[in-house]
Write a protein that binds this ligand. Structure first.
Ligand SMILES: *Cc1c(COP(=O)(O)O)cnc(C)c1O
Length: 388
């Protein structure tokens, strides 16, 4: 009788056999027009902040997400920072985010001078628990005029920024309703969910504005890059203006009408992105078939299972997630040891935001589910190529 880590390793091996050699968590793939488009930039000299690939990249993103406006940015963190500024987040405000997220979500809040206010997650989506947040707001907040105020700190709760964890959409219907009722702007951190849909609508199109990421380990990459998407024409125009140093259009004069940001995506990166977006449907199809195989491999194992897309959603399965049946850190670490020891790069959840030194004093609700998930979660190798 094998012990649990050995059985988990065995199950993963049925999906990723030893013949694959050492396997990383997620690697990019450049088998389409990447070389061609990047070479075109080098051949023509259009490598920097002006060039046709940025426009084309934004057009493609609009087509894929169905959002009316996409504005490419230097990275996903910059996109989120800008999203928060666009909805009016300012110094002294609070922004509700899940504690179970990547550091960029919390840092983007801090860059505005606002304070992250941590919320719990739900096991079904691994994302922000809308029901629990609704109860919590009833306890601590009140609507004053057209803003929501935290009664204990006196701060305005200006935005809620949920995150679609590993590509699994959060409960958007509930969050849209809650934000409308509480006069809070909804901003989606859709950095991990390009190609993920909630009830047939692309994630990132439910919030007033949303941020995407094209970092090297995401579903598609521009090397480094991000985008802001919105259906609000005014916010779309303002996003473009503020991310391009707020320069007023003129043939030769340099006039800037406010403090803007140099957050624009270079043409060279956008060229890579255009080629990657052409491959997106194939990437998603292969990632979904890999996920199906993982789900099947763990179907009959009571000690662990794979997180499946929530009902009504279509996930890009960016990173496959193994959830241990019980909370046992020693077991989790033994599984990580077994997998990584066998050359299968696997990793635990991010350290929860409220445990990090710069965020441990921030306001928060009871975070028992996030803390439980943190101890039970392991990400498995998820590159699209593993499906071939
Ligand atoms: C990747 C990611 C971002 C953005 O990261 P960048 O590296 O700045 O592009 C933001 N939030 C989450 C949850 C992410 O996973």
């Amino acid at each position: 009788m094998m012990d649990v880590p050995a059985r988990i390793l065995h199950a993963v091996r049925t999906v990723v056999p030893p013949s694959r050699g050492k396997v990383v968590l997620h690697e990019p793939e450049f088998k389409g027009n990447e070389w061609k488009y990047v070479k075109d930039c080098l051949d023509t000299g259009w490598v920097s902040s002006v060039g046709a690939y940025v426009d084309r990249f934004e057009k493609l993103l609009e087509e894929i997400t169905g959002a009316q406006f996409a504005v490419a940015t230097a990275n996903g963190t910059a996109a989120l920072h800008m999203c928060l500024l666009l909805v009016g987040v300012q110094r002294g405000d609070e922004v509700i985010i899940p504690s179970l997220t990547f550091i960029a979500t919390a840092n983007a809040v801090s860059y505005t001078g606002a304070t992250p206010h941590f919320a719990d997650s739900e096991p079904r989506t691994l994302g922000l628990d809308a029901g629990k947040l609704a109860d919590y707001l009833s306890e601590i907040a009140e609507v004053q005029g057209d803003v929501c105020v935290n009664r204990s700190t006196g701060a305005v709760i200006r935005a809620v920024m949920p995150m679609h964890t590993f590509g699994h959409p959060v409960d958007l219907d509930a969050l849209v309703e809650l934000c409308a009722r509480w006069r809070i702007s909804l901003v989606e951190d859709a950095a991990e969910s390009l190609g993920s849909y909630y009830k047939n609508r692309h994630t990132g199109t439910f919030g007033r504005v949303s941020g995407l990421s094209f970092n090297g380990n995401k579903v598609v990459t521009t090397g480094g890059g991000g985008a802001i998407v919105t259906n609000d024409p005014q916010l779309g125009r303002l996003a473009k203006h503020l991310t391009t140093t707020a320069r007023v259009a003129h043939r030769w004069s340099f006039i800037h009408d406010q403090i803007g940001y140099n957050y624009r995506l270079p043409n060279l990166n956008a060229a890579l992105g255009c080629a990657q977006l052409e491959e997106l449907p194939g990437f998603i199809q292969r990632k979904r078939s890999l996920a199906e195989r993982y789900i099947e491999a763990f179907r009959d194992m009571p000690e662990a299972g794979i997180v499946a897309e929530p009902p009504g959603c279509r996930s890009n399965y960016w990173l496959n997630t193994l959830l241990l049946g019980r909370r046992d850190l020693a077991l989790r670490d033994a599984v990580l040891e077994a997998l990584n020891g066998a050359g299968l790069m696997s990793r635990p959840a991010w350290t929860l935001m409220h445990r990090l030194p710069m965020y441990e004093q921030c306001p928060r609700m009871n975070l028992e589910t996030a803390e439980d998930l943190e101890d039970r979660m392991i990400n498995l190798p998820s590159s699209a190529a593993l499906a071939d």
